[in-house]
Design a binder for this molecule. Structure first.
Ligand SMILES: [Zn+2]
Length: 249
């Protein structure tokens, strides 16, 4: 509209100038003025069309760029969204930690009566089959294939996923025996898996997360033991691999 407004202003100015120039004399000026205004109108329209076409070109270019940007961003954005999509909104366990629900459908049992929890068992695992050893969905798929689980999975960045509710018995320890002689450790323990390979090191974020999670569990249950899988299934299990126990409070 600004352009049209300007055109009208230009036209009026040309008409006015013409009238003034020809001194408003009786015969010819009107025709000349009309010719000039027509010319101005024609040129104005032509110019308007040019500007409009340029504007349309720019608009097309912008749209193409936007589309390209969206296309190139599609893959990583979508995979990130789908990863978190399956998880419900982050839930506050307490003021310090956030836990994302990725509850499994298998690899655990629901006890007939409330169970007593006094032990935390730490494990490590990674996805053997996929291209990314630290894929949350890949690791969960692996657990499903083996009919196992853990209550929690901590990724490399220290994000905590809940796979099984605390009240349920997760199949994480297998054949196992506590230093005090108790067997079937699954029945009275919480299992925490930390993503790591056999040769890798745990990240600082993972130590922070596991400490926060253990602190939170201690507030909820009378936890007396924090052990590694290798402590309760010696000779059979070696995880959590390369775990620095000095870093667990
Ligand atoms: Zn284990």
């Amino acid at each position: 509209m600004g352009l049209i407004g300007s055109l009208i202003t230009v036209l009026l100015a040309v008409l006015g100038a013409g009238y003034f120039f020809f001194g408003g004399s009786s015969s010819a000026p009107l025709t000349v003025t009309n010719d000039m205004s027509l010319l101005a109108t024609y040129e104005g329209l032509h110019r308007y069309e040019e500007v409009r076409d340029q504007a349309l070109d720019v608009k097309d270019l912008v749209q193409e760029n936007v589309k390209e940007t969206m296309d190139s961003a599609d893959a990583p954005v979508l995979s990130e969204v789908s990863e978190t999509e399956k998880a419900t909104a982050p839930e506050k366990e307490n003021s310090a930690i956030q836990i994302m629900n990725r509850l499994m459908n298998s690899g655990f049992s629901v006890p007939g009566k409330p169970r007593t929890i006094d032990t935390v068992v730490l494990h490590s695992s990674y996805d053997l089959n996929g291209t990314d050893p630290y894929s949350v969905s890949g690791i969960i798929k692996e657990y499903e294939d083996y009919g196992v689980s853990a209550h929690y999975l901590i990724d490399r960045k220290g994000s905590i996923y809940r796979l099984v509710e605390n009240k349920n018995v997760a199949y994480h320890a297998g054949v196992s025996k506590m230093p005090d002689g108790r067997q079937n450790v699954n029945d009275f323990s919480i299992g925490i898996e930390l993503m790591n390979t056999q040769t890798g090191k745990f990240t600082g974020a993972q130590y922070d997360a596991v400490n926060n999670l253990i602190a939170s569990l201690k507030k909820q249950y009378p936890i007396k033991f924090v052990v590694g899988h290798s402590d309760i299934a010696p000779g059979r299990k070696t995880d959590p691999w390369n775990f620095d126990w000095k870093k667990v409070k």
